[in-house]
Ligand binder design. Structure first.
Ligand code: CTP
Ligand code: MG
Length: 228
């Protein structure tokens, strides 16, 4: 079976508060999404990269993508991340087989290293369910009660923060997302709703999602560090 990457990039970046979608913010001299795509472009195991844009996206065409030989652009973004991913999967039904692996990766995670991508591919390649990159939670966790007061401490033992890529077989993932609805915030939770248990593949803080303005600076630091 082959491996395909699918990058949802149809968000507006509301929490970033820039005047255009955050995936186009400049990072190390390129738009953020360039870095996210590059991890897959440069990996020989990845046959094709599908990027899901919003139909209204007027930024993509402003860049030179000629260095990317594997790219297919799908302008079928939806109202939520899950809907964008599902729309993308439906759009490529003729090009991808049920058993092919899909690696779904946020356009807003520009620092995915070769080492972590290799680790995921290696850990999940023979898995019956699929798996995701994730990092053990570091903070002490509090559940809020009344008046924004702490009701209890939630033991962080066994808690992980989900990242991307999330790697599942095309047929299973499409079925899971069709059933889960647009509210799930990652692919794994859709798979969990089927009663299956995806594998947690240990990642680290370098693979951060850029959500708020200061994340952009942290991402710049990681990119700089990895290029040395
Ligand atoms: N995404 C998408 N379609 C949507 C919403 C999000 O393809 N309707 C994509 C984003 O472009 C991003 C990834 O999903 O690459 C992760 O989402 P998030 O970090 O939440 O990005 P935004 O939704 O753009 O940001 P915000 O929630 O702050 O508006
Ligand atoms: Mg969002």
């Amino acid at each position: 079976s082959r491996h395909f990457a699918l990058l949802p990039a149809a968000g507006v970046g509301a929490r970033m508060g820039a005047d255009f979608p955050k995936q186009y913010l400049e990072l190390a001299g390129r738009p953020m999404i360039w870095h996210a795509l590059r991890a897959f472009e440069t990996h020989a195991a990845i046959s094709r990269i599908y990027v899901v844009l919003s139909a209204a996206d007027g930024y993509w065409e402003g860049y030179d993508w000629s260095g990317f030989a594997k790219l297919s652009v799908l302008r079928c973004g939806g109202e939520t991340r899950a809907q964008s991913v599902l729309n993308g999967l439906e759009a490529i039904a003729d090009e991808v087989a049920e058993q092919d692996w899909m690696l779904v990766h946020d356009a807003a995670r520009p620092c995915l290293s070769r080492a972590l991508l290799d680790k995921l591919l290696e850990a999940v390649r023979d898995d019956a369910v699929g798996g995701i990159l994730a990092a053990p939670v570091a903070d002490t966790l509090k559940r809020e009660g009344h008046g924004q007061r702490i009701r209890e401490t939630v033991p962080r033992q066994g808690l992980w923060g989900a990242q991307t890529p999330q790697m599942f077989r095309y047929g299973l993932l499409r079925e899971a997302l069709r059933r889960a609805g647009a509210e799930v915030t990652d692919e794994a939770s859709a798979i969990e709703h089927l009663g299956l248990s995806p594998l947690l593949v240990e990642s680290d803080a370098s693979n951060l999602k850029v959500t708020f303005p200061h994340d952009l600076e942290v991402a710049g630091w990681w990119l700089d560090r990895c290029s040395k």
